[in-house]
Write a protein of this length. Structure first.
Length: 238
């Protein structure tokens, strides 16, 4: 006889409480497996910090060590600020101005020196302006853009002086070299203030005409005496 076939019954269902328990157990196992990644990340961060500090103190330079520790304190939320040019402004300015001149092949146009006033940067010839005008040349504007970055990094007062050669000028705009030299210094400051947004209270503008030549007043030296001087004044000069 043929046996009667019965339809298969419903499959047993997993109770929700059991299913939740399985999911929680799987999640916990996944977290346990991933937890070592967090520990490894912390270890790598500490190792990186250790080697950076080890490199910094490998040279017996107390200033470097002090700078590093202050920067580390700032990173950890301490009250000390990271080192900036304001801590040794004259050295900072001189270093970066020298690099600016060297990197841009301006040794024939710009000279860097220092005197009792501070760090002095001055042009040779007609690098800043065409002859007889106070209109900044396009290349001069590019140069002043880079000067502005350095000036902005220090708190010092900035003196800008205009000088001419000993050839008189008699125009409606510039009746004498006094007006021409002062207008040139003012044009430089105006650019730094209006275009580069440096605080105008930091600047002093002076024009000396032909009366303060840097080189003997001879025809050969006229291009050298026709100049603008930018002086980053020492901290005592206010």
């Amino acid at each position: 006889m043929l046996e009667e076939r019965r339809a298969p019954g419903p499959k047993p269902k997993i109770r929700p409480s059991v299913l939740a328990g399985i999911q929680e157990e799987a999640s916990a196992e996944a977290m346990d497996e991933a937890r070592w990644l967090f520990s490894l990340s912390d270890l790598l961060t500490l190792l990186l910090t250790f080697f950076v500090m080890l490199f910094a103190i490998s040279v017996p330079d107390q200033k470097k060590l002090s700078d590093m520790m202050q920067g580390y304190g700032g990173a950890k939320g301490g009250a000390k600020k990271a080192v900036t040019g304001a801590q040794d402004p004259e050295a900072f300015v001189k270093k970066h101005m020298k690099s600016l001149i060297t990197d841009n092949n301006l040794a024939n146009d710009i000279e860097l020196t220092s005197d009792s006033r501070g760090v002095v940067l001055f042009s040779r010839g007609d690098f800043f302006f065409p002859s007889g005008t106070s209109d900044l040349l396009p290349d001069t504007r590019l140069f002043l853009d880079k000067v502005a970055d350095i000036v902005r990094s220090v708190p010092n007062t900035v003196l800008v002086e205009g000088h001419t050669d000993d050839v008189p000028t008699h125009t409606v705009q510039f009746p004498s070299n006094w007006e021409l030299s002062t207008a040139r210094a003012a044009a430089v400051v105006k650019y730094l203030v209006e275009e580069k947004k440096i605080d105008p209270k930091r600047f002093i503008v002076s024009g000396y005409g032909e009366f303060k030549p840097r080189f003997p007043a001879t025809p050969e030296n006229r291009p050298k005496n026709r100049r603008v001087e930018i002086v980053i004044m020492t901290s005592e000069k206010k």
